[in-house]
Design a protein around this ligand. Structure first.
Ligand SMILES: [Zn+2]
Length: 235
């Protein structure tokens, strides 16, 4: 996420796994919201419209309102850029946005690597915006074993995978994200996408499709949950 300031500078907010931005009004945040706050901004009203008298200075919003960056596990971070152009240069290293990924673009990038498909999906230069939860969910939905070499997938499988990524990420965003422990949106509300998880966090429990117990293993040091029956490695 990028915040563009009026003077052209840009601040990139990387939430990492447990980071969040929260807005609080009029009261000091307490409990979970008050812990692990690394940066705090005091907010004031935006500049007056151009036709306002010159004396009209920005007025504080009734409050005080604050914007806070919290990051309990410190996988996130804040990165300033002098201009929007600098930001675009940095983001040009990223792969296509997973929310709108098309099968042709995904196939072209997967062809470049023989790593397991799970590892390729987590590589932000291959596809941007997929983390551990949604990589597992998309591979399950498209019935692809996470250990399959990325450059060996059939065209029909890549099409299924691209469709699964778009669908799962859209549904998860609409549900406010996955609150596992302490993820909250800017107003302190948890997300309910955990209820949509078919495999993530469910190792040993029955597969929602075939009823057999779900398996788990490590791929690039990340816990990976899948159904060895529905996501056959020998396919
Ligand atoms: Zn299954």
């Amino acid at each position: 996420m990028a915040i563009e300031a009026e003077d052209g500078r840009v601040l990139v907010v990387q939430l990492g796994m447990t980071g969040s931005m929260s807005i609080d009004q009029g009261r000091a945040p307490s409990g979970m919201q008050a812990r692990h706050r690394h940066v705090l901004w005091a907010l004031e009203a935006s500049s007056p419209p151009c036709d306002a008298p010159p004396s009209a200075a920005p007025r504080p919003i009734e409050g005080p309102w604050t914007l806070a960056f919290r990051d309990p596990r410190r996988f996130g971070g804040l990165t300033p850029y002098a201009t929007l152009h600098d930001l675009r240069t940095a983001w040009s290293q990223l792969g296509p946005d997973a929310l709108g990924i098309r099968s042709r673009a995904l196939a072209a990038n997967l062809l470049r690597t023989g790593r397991p498909i799970k590892a390729a999906l987590l590589d932000q230069s291959v596809i941007a915006g997929v983390g551990n939860i949604y990589a597992d969910e998309a591979l399950f939905k498209s019935r692809i074993n996470p250990l399959r070499p990325a450059n060996r997938l059939q065209a029909t499988e890549v099409t299924r995978l691209a469709g699964a990524l778009r669908t799962i990420l859209s549904k998860a965003a609409a549900a406010g994200g996955s609150t596992l422990q302490d993820y909250f949106d800017a107003l302190g509300n948890p997300g309910s996408a955990v209820q949509l998880h078919a495999v993530y966090g469910r190792a040993g429990q029955p597969c929602v499709a075939c009823g057999l117990p779900l398996s788990s293993c490590l791929v690039t040091a990340r816990t990976t949950t899948f159904c060895a029956h529905c996501q056959d490695l020998s396919t």
